[in-house]
Design a protein around this ligand. Structure first.
Ligand code: S3P
Length: 424
């Protein structure tokens, strides 16, 4: 699908954001692992979280939806039924990596697969620790399809994460629920902490590293989860509202977990006017109302431990950088190369198509601003966040811009184009 965008004269109003997909995946998986019924309020209809539901249903979990509430009949850690076909995770890395942790300790065989993008993403990062626990896993050239042979007796391990990845962390901890003894993940650089919050895990800090443990026989509790609105979806409107002159936008009930809120802090450091109000907590996650008004931005350096706190927001932060005065440098973000597409290459290609000058590194980008854009044709590269970040860039171009493959926004934000139009 092609989407044509016109230069904006100001964005105004309240933005309807989708629920947080990281939290939603976990709520569904944990509800399935619990013994008995759980409810999830505000479960997203975006493609990725729906992939998790489809896989759980294939594993025999009964899931019903009524009036926006998901009712999940948890089967317990060992109550899944063997899937008779490969489990299709679609475009969703979180579905694949977290489910692999659960399936590694099951008595039956399973196969995890996904779309072409997901089948191109690195899976050795989960296979290595799972094999160390005793799992029987075969990859396809380091990627999916992942073949898991059932009946392995998993043993707890202590595993230091070589990359800051909440998906790898969660995978190992979920396998630990099916393993003998204790499983500890050591996280030298913190990544998003939804798994440990939602499972109510103790976190021990030793020498700056976080240690997280699960024990043999540990069960998952049933419960009622309410999913906040997605800060990663809010990011597109925080940047758009900042860089399009004459804008004022409001977003309610946005998840503001500190391990995810890096984008708010960085934009504020760049000079953005973002107001946080109505702060509260639900289902172990903080949320608030965010209001943004346009403001002159200046360049910043984004690197080190900050990166995992805003890894998904870097494409749109790069757009903000083009409109900020001075240099913005983003480093230590090589993980962007192995997301739904190579996001460093994709965002640089699209910004250059608009007329910008962008320097790229193996692990990031440098952008001198402010830069003027001319309308162009931009591709989503099959990546939801590249489609939406490119749309934000198009708002400050001097003519119409066409985004091809715009439908990919549905992976995390099904009504993104409508939401943008409604405030335009
Ligand atoms: C996610 C973790 C991040 C993020 C992804 C969702 C999660 O990936 O990029 O969109 O829900 O755990 P990594 O943990 O692999 O960096």
């Amino acid at each position: 699908m092609d989407q044509v965008l016109h230069p904006s004269r100001g964005l105004m109003g309240r933005v309807a954001l989708p629920p947080d997909k990281s939290i939603a995946h976990r709520a569904a998986l944990f509800a399935a692992l619990a013994d008995g019924p759980s409810q999830i309020v505000n479960y997203p209809d975006a493609a990725d979280p729906q992939s998790t539901l489809a896989c759980l249903r294939q594993l025999g979990v009964e899931i019903e939806e009524e009036d926006g509430v998901l009712y999940v009949e948890g089967v317990g850690r060992f109550g899944f039924t063997p899937p008779d076909e490969p489990l299709d995770c679609g475009n969703s890395g979180t579905t694949m990596r977290l489910l692999a942790g659960i399936l590694a300790g099951q008595p039956f065989d399973s196969v995890l697969t996904g779309d072409a993008s997901l089948r191109d993403r690195p899976m050795e990062r989960i296979a290595a620790p799972l094999r160390e626990m005793g799992a029987l896993i075969t990859l396809t050239d380091g990627c999916a399809p992942i073949h898991i042979t059932g009946g392995a007796n998993l043993q707890g391990i202590t595993y230091t994460l070589p990359v800051a990845s909440a998906q790898v962390k969660s995978c190992v901890l979920l396998a630990g629920l099916h393993a003998a003894g204790e499983t500890t993940v050591i996280e030298p650089t913190p990544s998003r902490d939804h798994t440990e919050r939602m499972l109510g895990m103790d976190v021990v800090e030793i020498g700056g590293a976080r240690h997280l443990s699960v024990r043999e026989g540990q069960t998952v509790a049933t419960g009622t989860w309410a999913v906040p609105r997605d800060i990663s979806a809010a990011a597109f409107f925080l940047v758009a509202g900042s860089i399009v002159p004459g804008s004022a936008l409001e977003m309610r009930s946005v998840g503001l977990n500190p391990s995810r809120a890096g984008v708010v802090n960085v934009l504020r450091t760049m000079g953005a006017t973002i107001d946080i109000s109505d702060e509260r907590e639900h289902s172990f996650e903080p949320l608030a109302t965010l209001s943004v008004k346009s403001a002159p931005l200046h360049g910043v350096t984004i690197d080190g431990a900050l990166i995992p706190n805003l890894i998904d927001e870097i494409p749109v932060l790069a757009v903000a950088a083009t409109q900020a005065s001075g240099r913005t440098t983003i480093r230590d973000a090589a993980e962007l190369r192995v997301k739904e597409t190579d996001r460093i290459a994709a965002i640089a290609t699209n910004l250059r198509a608009l007329g910008a000058t962008v320097e790229t590194f193996d692990d990031g980008l440098a952008i001198d601003g402010p830069q003027a854009f001319s309308g162009a044709t931009l591709d989503s590269f099959g990546d939801h966040r590249i489609a939406m970040a490119s749309a934000v860039a198009a708002l400050v171009a001097d003519g119409p811009t066409t985004i091809t493959g715009a439908e990919h926004a549905e992976v995390s934000f099904p009504r993104f184009w409508e939401a943008l139009t409604s405030v335009s």
